[in-house]
Design a protein around this ligand. Structure first.
Ligand SMILES: CC(C)(COP(=O)(O)OP(=O)(O)OC[C@H]1O[C@@H](n2cnc3c(N)ncnc32)[C@H](O)[C@@H]1OP(=O)(O)O)[C@@H](O)C(=O)NCCC(=O)NCCS
Length: 181
């Protein structure tokens, strides 16, 4: 498939137009409503740090459409004495017919950079062990973090190098993830 137009990554705009488009991108990419509903719940919970869309502009039709989405939310690492803020990357979705064109990668790189510039220190993802390391995530970095997930798929990235040094604790996700406390 050729790239008919240009790709723009931007923050979601408050309101039904973007919210509905984002909902359907997630619904289609995952083939089920769970992640689309998770996005809506995270907004309601008020824990969204960044929600970015990838918009493709079609040269022929002069139309823009949202083909990808990524969301980052506030989570914490609970140490023995402290609650350390971190960023959860989830979900990320690209419409099936636009996958494997680098759009997911653009969303991840752009998002991580925005968060780093804002002073966020730690990002965490549960995902494919072959995909996320290329963006800097590592399961070794997440080894001292207690989570309910398989260690290979549970990865961390230091937006601020060294941020995870000596840090050990249990991860606490937003309630919308339904993981308990
Ligand atoms: C995961 C996803 C967001 C990647 O978006 P993308 O735009 O296709 O990603 P990119 O083009 O930047 O990168 C492509 C790489 O992603 C990986 N990848 C993409 N789709 C994949 C799939 N269905 N299964 C396994 N790996 C996949 C591959 O490693 C691929 O690299 P390659 O082309 O060198 O083999 C997209 O495939 C998607 O929406 N999948 C369904 C939803 C999902 O599983 N989301 C992730 C869990 S939160």
């Amino acid at each position: 498939m050729h790239h008919a137009g240009s790709l723009v990554i931007r923050s979601e705009t408050a309101g039904t137009e973007d919210y509905l488009a984002i909902h359907s991108v997630n619904r289609e990419a995952f083939g089920r409503p769970d992640e689309a509903n998770l996005v809506d719940s995270l907004r309601t919970e008020g824990v969204v740090l960044a929600s970015l869309v990838a918009e493709l502009e079609d040269c022929d039709e002069l139309e823009k459409s949202i083909v990808g989405h990524i969301l980052f939310s506030r989570m914490y690492i609970e140490t023995a004495t402290n609650s350390v803020p971190a960023v959860a990357l989830a979900p990320i979705a690209v419409l099936p017919k636009h996958q494997r064109q680098g759009i997911g990668g653009e969303l991840i790189r752009h998002g991580l950079n925005v968060l780093k510039l804002r002073g966020e220190q730690i990002a965490i993802v549960l995902g494919h062990p072959d995909y996320y390391p290329r963006f800097g995530f590592s399961s070794a970095k997440a080894e001292s973090l207690e989570s309910p997930f398989p260690p290979k798929s549970f990865m961390a990235f230091e937006l601020d190098p060294g941020a995870l040094d000596g840090l050990c604790g249990k991860v606490r996700y937003p309630a919308a993830f339904g993981l308990g406390r």
